[in-house]
Design a protein. Structure first.
Length: 117
């Protein structure tokens, strides 16, 4: 006896959801890389610009084929307009690139830092 069309459709939907759900998780090794990179980014901001209170809003592991980087996005606590992102090379464990908003740049300049050095 053949399976009814609605049953086939339902089965297909379940399989697709299962496959997509299984692919969305971050494995333990990647999570460790992401966590370590966040700590490196925070330490970089603290050591370089004396920023002790930042809020991290997102962390993104870049495709391994392209580069060994995690980008950490955030802002200065209490000043959401002063946002930044730090790219961390997780192989060398170093912050390599800082991008920021105009407001972040102005805040650094007011504190005597040159963000372009």
């Amino acid at each position: 006896m053949a399976m009814p069309r609605i049953a086939k459709s339902f089965l297909l939907i379940i399989v697709v959801i299962g496959l997509l759900g299984g692919c969305s998780g971050v494995n333990k090794e990647d999570q460790e890389i992401i966590d370590r990179s966040e700590s490196i980014a925070i330490k970089y901001l603290k050591d370089t610009y004396n920023l002790n209170d930042v809020v991290i809003i997102r962390r993104q592991l870049q495709p391994r084929m392209a580069m060994a980087r995690v980008t950490v996005y955030g802002y200065v606590r209490g000043h959401e307009e002063q946002h930044f992102n730090v790219s961390v090379n997780y192989e060398s464990n170093k912050a390599e690139l800082l991008s920021f908003s105009r407001e972040f740049r102005n805040m650094l300049s007011e504190r005597g830092f040159d963000p372009y050095k």
